[in-house]
Write a protein that binds this ligand. Structure first.
Ligand code: B12
Length: 226
């Protein structure tokens, strides 16, 4: 975190204004946005998590840290998107039903946009039916599901089941992520892929789009239905 002490402390301490100013200064100095995320923001959230687990932080402190991180990330997200070259594919993304955690999902969205993906971000606490509806409307290539709670992991399976029921399971690749997940769990619920961080999410998404093109050569790019 060398050089990012102020940003780290601001996010950890929930000081939104300093977090934003410090991020803006780093950007003005020409620091790569990805370095700012990796060296300032993620370590601060990791430390917030550690303190929460040790009961040194409670929910209000976490909320303040999350708010500071989100405000700082908002400055970076458009810059990552600018870097995106050709359209790499489209992703419907959301945190599953019952789960309000969105920091990791937002990072994944920012990185995907940066790699040229079109991202349709449905936010948090998203019902399976809503995912189905938007996938039908947009004909997106990938569904990205995030869950941070052990109790909301089953909502990923419910969402995959809803895709089956709607008859669109074969038309979309499902990628899952979030701290409590493992590749084994992704297999168990028959997701197509798992990624444990935002950078690998981009690589995995690129592979999934390539798989989809192989699976359905006559059907690329897909058109929205209904
Ligand atoms: C911040 C936080 C909160 C904030 C969330 C604010 C926000 N806007 O997101 C608030 C305060 C609201 C919160 C609330 C709660 N939280 Co909370 N929270 C956290 C905390 C500290 C950090 C999560 C985080 O942002 N990490 C940083 C990001 C960058 O990492 P990440 O989310 O893992 O995402 C990365 C990867 O997982 C992956 N990824 C994530 N999503 C996706 C999606 C796809 C498609 C892919 C490919 C990859 C991917 O890429 C991301 C970027 O690299 C964690 C502890 C921890 N160490 O994880 C607890 C934690 C998740 N919370 C926990 C709990 C218990 C709760 C509450 C129930 C607390 C309470 N008593 O009210 C509530 C639940 C509210 C709800 N219904 O969702 C527990 C969960 C325990 C469990 N196993 O179920 C944890 C683990 C803390 C703990 N050890 O007790 N929380």
């Amino acid at each position: 975190m060398s050089g990012f002490g102020e940003l780290y402390e601001a996010v950890l301490g929930g000081n939104k204004q300093v977090a934003v100013e410090s991020t803006q200064r780093a950007l003005d100095d020409g620091v790569d946005p990805q370095i700012i995320i990796d060296n300032g923001m993620i370590p601060a959230m990791a430390e917030a998590g550690r303190r929460f687990e040790n009961e040194e932080f409670y929910v209000p402190e976490l909320l303040l840290a999350a708010r500071a991180m989100k405000a700082a990330l908002a400055l970076i997200r458009p810059l990552l998107a600018e870097g995106g070259a050709d359209r790499a594919g489209s992703v419907v993304l959301g945190t599953v039903k019952g789960d309000l955690h969105d920091i990791g999902k937002n990072l994944v969205a920012a990185m995907l946009e940066g790699a040229g993906f079109e991202v349709i971000d449905l936010g948090t606490d998203v019902e399976p039916e809503r995912f189905v509806e938007v996938l039908k409307e947009t004909g997106a290539d990938i569904l990205g599901l995030s869950a941070l709670l052990t109790v909301t992991k089953p909502a990923m399976k419910d969402t995959i089941d809803a895709l089956e029921e709607a008859g669109i399971r074969d038309e979309v690749k499902v990628m899952v992520g979030g701290a409590p997940l493992t590749a084994g769990y992704a297999d168990e619920i028959q997701a197509d892929a798992f990624a444990d961080n935002a950078s690998s999410a981009v690589r995995v998404a690129q592979e999934l789009v390539a798989d989809l093109a192989r699976d359905q050569p006559g059907n690329r790019p897909r058109q929205p239905v209904g």
